[in-house]
Design a binder for this molecule. Structure first.
Ligand code: 2AM
Length: 485
């Protein structure tokens, strides 16, 4: 039985809103898409409604989908992350040939993409795990796409991916990220950075509202101004809009929203990866915990009646301080991205990836929630020096932090003195001071570890040589490493 002519450029499985929008985007760019869904009735519904008048072709079985695709087949899964992806891979394989490409564009965990790449490559197929960012709007009109996995698949999907991705100037916000789970790892860190950026803006808002005493409209104007300078970004822009938004009663809606933040887990995953690889991604961690603390609303209300904190009062130069807040936000943001790229470097080392750092900055430059002019500067830093060991050591960022530093310290200390929590801004500053210190008090920690647990320490003048001291004269001279040897 002939069930279809092989005219399809790409198959997409999963007709929820992200899948549908990606298909329509691909269609707009001249690609012939074959659409399939587990609940098959949704295929015809889609063709008769959203996809009416397009070149999109429906498939009513996996067999029909495979038959309608040009070879090597390119099939993109836009289904729920987890077992649905493995189920579809298993259903697809009997209908595919060696060299065919399965792409997972869902929100999969990077270790799953790592496993799937290895598994499919061992069977002669190619696998791509791609981060897709920008929500429904992005998927329809230009997402940020972060593909990783089997490098041999890239030439075969590049035109479609770069064709449908967001553009900044002429440059697509999509490039090859790296091996196996690298695409989904980069997407995960993107989401973590989004948590950090949002927390920083929330802290700036908190200080402006409660210390400086600004109205929502004043804050909206301040952010609109910031959005024309070094803080130019999607999140600053929408926050300016949010602050001036009035409900049907003519009152500011933001004041009526319960201050308990939700989360879906990607910030937590980034923080867990940071702990796993031993990299101090402190700002994102603090952003996740700040959401956790906010969600303990009832406990906070109760504690606020019993625990003392200073009442904020502001006495300085208002305009100058508002400008300093923008510097504190900017410097902290630089720290957050520097920490994110430190995590990339270590994960790449441990997982044997060769990551495209400049490409990552460009992928985030447009199409996604963290898009900003600032990412253009990060791209430039990596273009200048692809082996840059740390963003903070790039000349542009060195100067930026140096220029912002006084304001940053002023804002953090003012917030602390006024009882305003600034976990992201202050942890960023502590990270900076730690990173920029040749000497830290870890000598004392090593001594303590050796004192109570015989964990040994190195002397300054003999790094690499671990010794133990019998600190008390009791307990002997055997070190713990000797016990475990
Ligand atoms: P459905 O329309 O048949 O529910 C987003 O939920 C997309 O993932 C939808 O296309 C949905 O298909 C699909 N999906 C969710 N869970 C699935 C599963 N366990 N197996 C296959 N597809 C699944």
């Amino acid at each position: 039985m002939v069930i279809g002519e092989a005219v399809g450029d790409i198959g997409v499985i999963g007709l929820a809103v992200m899948g549908q929008n990606l298909i329509l985007n691909m269609n707009d760019h001249g690609f012939t898409v074959v659409a399939f869904n587990r609940t098959v009735s949704k295929v015809d519904e889609f063709l008769q409604n959203e996809a009416k008048g397009t070149k999109v072709i429906g498939a009513h079985s996996i067999e029909e989908l495979a038959a309608k695709l040009k070879k090597p087949r390119r099939i993109m899964l836009m289904v729920k992350a987890g077992s649905a992806v493995d189920d579809f891979i298993n259903l697809l394989l009997p209908h595919l040939e060696k060299g065919d490409i399965i792409i997972d564009g869902g929100n999969s965990e990077y270790l799953d993409s790592r496993r799937r790449t290895k598994d499919l490559e061992s069977k002669g197929f190619l696998f791509v795990g791609s981060g897709v960012s920008g929500g429904e709007e992005g998927a329809r009109h230009g997402p940020s796409l972060m593909p990783g996995g089997s490098a041999a698949a890239w030439p075969a999907i590049k035109d479609i991916f770069q064709g449908i991705a967001a553009k900044v100037g002429n440059e697509p916000c999509c490039d090859w990220v790296g091996e196996d789970g690298a695409g989904h790892f980069v997407k995960m860190v993107h989401n973590g950075i989004e948590y950090g950026d949002m927390q920083l803006i929330a802290e700036a808002y908190h200080i402006m509202r409660d210390v400086v005493g600004m109205t929502n409209d004043e804050m909206s104007e301040a952010l609109a101004k910031w959005n024309k300078g070094f803080l130019d970004s999607f999140l600053i822009e929408i926050t300016s809009d949010i602050l001036k938004y009035k409900d049907e009663k003519g009152q500011h809606l933001v004041d009526k929203i319960r201050d308990a933040a939700g989360q879906k887990g990607t910030g937590k995953w980034t923080t867990m990866a940071a702990l796993e690889y031993g990299i101090p991604v402190t700002l994102i961690g603090e952003a996740v915990f700040a959401r956790c603390l906010s969600s303990l609303k009832d406990e906070r209300v109760n504690a606020s009646k019993q625990l003392k904190r200073p009442s904020p009062k502001f006495t300085g130069d208002r305009q100058k301080f508002i400008e300093q807040i923008s510097y504190a936000l900017y410097a902290s943001k630089i720290i957050s991205y520097a920490q994110g790229f430190m995590l990339f470097r270590e994960a790449a080392k441990q997982l044997n990836w060769k990551l495209n750092n400049g490409g990552i900055a460009l992928m985030w430059r447009g199409g996604c929630i963290i898009r900003s002019a600032f990412l253009g500067d990060i791209k430039k830093a990596f273009d200048k020096n692809p082996d840059l060991s740390n963003l903070l050591l790039d000349d542009f960022f060195k100067k930026a932090i140096s220029d912002a530093q006084d304001g940053w310290r002023q804002v953090v200390s003012t917030a602390v003195l006024n009882g305003i929590p600034v976990p992201a801004m202050s942890s960023a500053l502590s990270f900076y001071d730690g990173f920029a210190s040749a000497t830290l008090p870890a000598n004392l920690i090593q001594a303590q570890r050796d004192y109570f647990g015989a964990h040994t320490y190195e002397l300054m003048d003999a790094p690499g040589k671990f010794v133990h001291t019998n600190w008390t004269g009791r307990g002997g001279t055997t070190s713990s490493s000797t016990y475990s040897a």
